[in-house]
Design a protein around this ligand. Structure first.
Ligand code: PBG
Length: 329
């Protein structure tokens, strides 16, 4: 593949000037590559800092208008909604997930009414923001039940679709849920609601700050290793993706992001479908804290986000998405 050699060939020639570097660049970022997560909290006029995620806030629904306005103005294609659920509303079976007046349902309606189809709305399908034990499903003798959990996830999906959600994102890692959700959606007239499967979600230590943000960290009993993937595995990731595509996923997510660039690449190479990367809360906090302490400079954000594109991701869920125009200047 290499033609020519030194001194005829000098790769530094094309690196000499900025215009030339831009001319030959293989990857670049635009705001259309980003999904903006929004944390919701009950009440009025609230903008609550999340201690472990400097620069990220929980908003009451009356305050999300200007966030969405700015996202639309900056051409962010989609927001992802995550609720901080009052612990009084949590129980063993996550009943609040199916309450049509819950935070996520109200936020979907608010955004749809105000912005119609100017921006996409994505919602997690999982029970962890709603369960008193912090797990993504029903629990029996310490084990997370699969098929019984799927039945609730189906109803959660139908409810969110009814409210106007555009993209359902099952993040629970139960077996078979994509097929079951797809079937129920089609049967109920939601053929055009998309499914973004968190097909490859690892049991990761990088989710800690997110669990603070949704209020499940202190509650979580044990870990999620019986349903989320073992970080030692990569062939298994391809099996997960193959199954979810067969079951009807429109897009797949790999999560976390930076420690799993190899997985993004192999999913893209093997399946040629839209692959999304999630730069998770722990990655965000590590970068942000290091920048704030001046251990590294803020170009590290651009560098790490670009690595997702280079690996093959079509889009990136990032807590920097609200500031992306300053980052990709
Ligand atoms: C819930 C969910 C999690 C994240 C997104 N959806 C946490 C978990 O599975 O424990 C993590 C996101 C992040 O860390 O930024 N199922």
């Amino acid at each position: 593949m290499i033609t020519g050699s030194y001194p005829n060939l000098r790769l530094r020639r094309s690196r000499k000037n900025d215009w030339s570097r831009r001319l030959i660049q293989e990857n670049s970022l635009s705001s259309s590559d980003f999904i903006l997560p929004i944390f919701l909290i009950d009440g009025k006029n609230k903008k609550q800092p999340i201690k472990t995620m400097p620069g990220v806030f929980r908003y009451s629904i009356d305050k999300i208008g200007h966030i969405v306005d700015k996202a639309i103005k900056n051409k962010i294609p989609m927001v992802a909604l995550f609720p901080y659920t009052n612990s009084k509303l949590k129980n063993e079976i996550g009943t609040e997930a199916l309450n049509e007046d819950n935070l996520v349902c109200r936020a979907i309606q608010y955004i749809k009414k105000k912005y119609r189809n100017e921006i996409g709305i994505m919602c997690d399908v999982a029970l962890d923001p709603y369960t008193s034990h912090g797990h993504d499903g029903l629990i029996k003798s310490g084990y997370i039940l699969n098929d019984e959990t799927n039945e609730i996830l189906i109803n959660q999906s139908l409810l969110q679709s009814e409210m106007g959600c555009d993209v359902l994102a099952p993040s629970d890692m139960m077996d078979g849920r994509i097929g079951k959700i797809r079937k129920a959606l089609d049967k109920n007239g939601y053929q055009l609601v998309q499914i973004l499967s968190y097909a490859v979600k690892y049991a990761s230590s990088f989710y800690g700050p997110f669990r603070d943000a949704v209020g499940s960290r202190g509650l979580l009993k044990g870990d999620k290793k019986t349903y989320q993937m073992d970080f030692r595995n990569s062939n298994e990731a391809l099996r997960e993706v193959a199954l979810d595509i067969k079951e009807g996923a429109d897009m797949v997510m790999v999560k976390p992001g930076m420690p799993y660039l190899d997985i993004i690449k192999s999913v893209k190479d093997n399946f040629k479908i839209p692959v999304l990367a999630y730069q998770v809360s722990g990655e965000y906090s590590l970068l942000t804290n290091s920048i704030n302490k001046r251990l590294i400079d803020k170009n590290s954000i651009l560098e790490s986000l670009t690595s997702f594109k280079r690996a093959g991701a079509n889009a990136i869920v990032s807590y920097y998405a609200d500031r992306i125009n300053e980052i990709i200047l």
